[in-house]
Design a protein around this ligand. Sequence first.
Ligand SMILES: [Fe+2]
Length: 189
Amino acid sequence: MTPPALDHFVALAHAQSRGPFEPADCVLALAPLMLELIEQAPSFLEPQHYRSDPAHYARNLIHDASDGSLSLYALVWQPGQWTPVHDHGSWGVVGVVEGVLEERSFVRMSPDRGADTGIELVRGGVILLARGAVTSFVPNPDHIHVTGVPAERPRAVSLHLYGRMMTDFNTYDVAAGTRRRVTVAHNES
Ligand SMILES: [Fe+2]
């Protein structure tokens, strides 16, 4: 049985994701609910949601919609583990359960014409998301960033809700100005 706090959140997230809402309205509605959900995290996170991997950050599935319209993961970041530069192709809401998650933004200077080359990215700001913090993003243009935990900080754990199954995303080679689609693995719940 799904724990009540998670059940409630998932039901509301489904209603938002299936409703006639713009992605920006969707994250506007879901961000406060994520704020509540991370407070309740000890009531529904189980040992398998805290699985880590010494080779890279770990993605542990908590819930996925049968129609693929929604997915919720617990991500575990050991010190020194980072994503590649990436976007999501989806709206998303992120909440930090433990530690400090660091997000380094990139700003796309070239127009997005759908091409995988000729992409000019410049470094943007940094955001430090401490326990209890919530952030979100919407697509088109998508949010391009690197997320992780510097080697000198302790482990972070974060909840990530996306408006699709997050089984692949665009990664960027900033120096080459290219991007490519890669598959990203996760642990089933
Ligand atoms: Fe991301």
